[in-house]
Design a protein around this ligand. Structure first.
Ligand code: PEP
Ligand code: MN
Length: 364
């Protein structure tokens, strides 16, 4: 089977065509916390419950999940609320344990999708298990091929109940969002798999709860089939991802406010293009902020070594090089010149600021 032929996921009790909402805590922490979240989410109509029990954390020392014992809590959620349950798997042991426990949906996390050996192991152990649905999150790095490759490995093992989750991409430096959305990548995935269920995870993209609603609306407006949202009864006390989790009650309010353009194919070209413009602007601002911080470091160096702030020869070289580069990229010379001038002026202003300030520490 080809990605082109993958059909939308379906679950008993969920209307075909309505957006999928998978919600639940980042991590199952205790049986009580898991059940409290599940009951509250079920009460607002959520039918698919998520909770991580094996948590691949970037840095050691964080909460790495409760492990296998969380499986029985998920089974209890399923028995008590009737919700289908989902958890993340990263190794063959996780897959075996989750299959034995009757978990309905497995998701492969971003760090695992980036590792073809791990994906192949998972695909091999899933062979023949068409009772389970598998969601593949995008890899941490913005590489569509890695994402496609992971889906193809699973497909190659006969797993056809497949979907994808867009959770944004890691990038260096300070950004408004925790993970850069780079929306064009999931849009491109859609081209390869037109009918496959593609969800958006606004919690991990935004990284802060105040962004979840806006990102969810963007996702629905641009043709995602649903949302995976982190929800915890007491977000501030959550053992992982506390800043981005929202309460079940806030989720209920948010869901009632979201505009759902059901059945509408991706046809709003303008929305998609504007989204790309927003992405570019976010990148531009992040790069400018990085550049200014380097300029301030240079300013400190000049101050310590008693050098002039403006070094005309260097400025001329920079301008000449940027004009040539801009012209190769198809930018009008006057435009490149204005931009480089404006950036240089601001760098000079910041360096002069440092000179007039006796404190050498970088406060901004
Ligand atoms: C998660 O869903 O809790 C998670 C760890 O996701 P990701 O793989 O997107 O970081
Ligand atoms: Mn999380």
């Amino acid at each position: 089977m080809e990605l082109q032929q993958i059909q939308p996921l379906s679950f008993p009790g969920i209307d075909a065509g309505a957006p999928f909402i998978i919600a639940g805590p980042c991590s199952a922490e205790t049986e009580q916390q898991t059940l409290d979240a599940a009951r509250a989410l079920s009460a607002i109509g959520v039918k698919l419950f998520r909770a991580g029990i094996w948590k691949p954390r970037t840095m050691p020392g964080g909460f790495e999940g409760v492990g296998d014992c969380g499986l029985s809590w998920l089974q209890k959620v399923k028995r008590e609320t009737g919700m289908a349950v989902a958890t993340e798997v990263a190794t063959i042991d996780h897959v075996r344990a989750a299959l034995d426990a009757g978990i309905d949906i497995l998701w492969v996390g971003a760090r695992t999708t980036a590792n073809p050996f791990a994906i192949q192991d998972i695909a091999d152990v899933l062979k023949g298990h068409d009772e389970v649905a598998v969601l593949v999150k995008n890899p941490v790095n913005p590489d569509l091929d890695l994402w496609l490759g992971a889906l193809q490995r699973l497909l190659g093992a006969g797993i056809t109940r497949l979907g994808a989750v867009h959770r944004g991409f890691s990038s260096a430096g300070a950004h408004m969002y925790r993970n850069d959305p780079q929306w064009h990548i999931p849009f491109e995935l859609r081209r390869h798999a037109p009918s496959m269920t593609i969800l958006c995870d606004p919690s991990h993209i935004g990284g802060k709860r105040e962004f979840v609603e806006k990102l969810s609306q963007i996702a629905l407006d641009t043709g995602f089939d649903g949302l995976m949202i982190e929800s915890h009864c007491n977000p501030d006390q959550a053992l992982s991802d506390s800043a981005q989790q929202i309460t079940p009650s806030d989720l209920g309010t948010m869901l009632s406010r979201l505009v759902i353009r059901s059945g509408k194919p991706i046809e709003d070209e303008l929305t998609l293009l504007r989204q790309q413009i927003d992405d570019c602007d976010h990148e531009l601002l992040a790069v400018l902020a990085r550049r200014m911080s380097v300029a301030r470091e240079i300013g400190l160096f000049k101050k310590v070594h008693n050098l002039r702030v403006v070094q005309p020869a260097r400025y001329q070289d920079v301008m000449k090089a940027r004009l040539a580069e801009g012209s190769m990229l198809g930018l009008a010379e006057s435009f490149t010149q204005q931009i480089v001038q404006a950036i240089h002026e601001e760098s000079v202003r910041q360096q002069l600021d440092l000179l007039s300030n006796n404190n050498t520490s970088d406060k901004s």
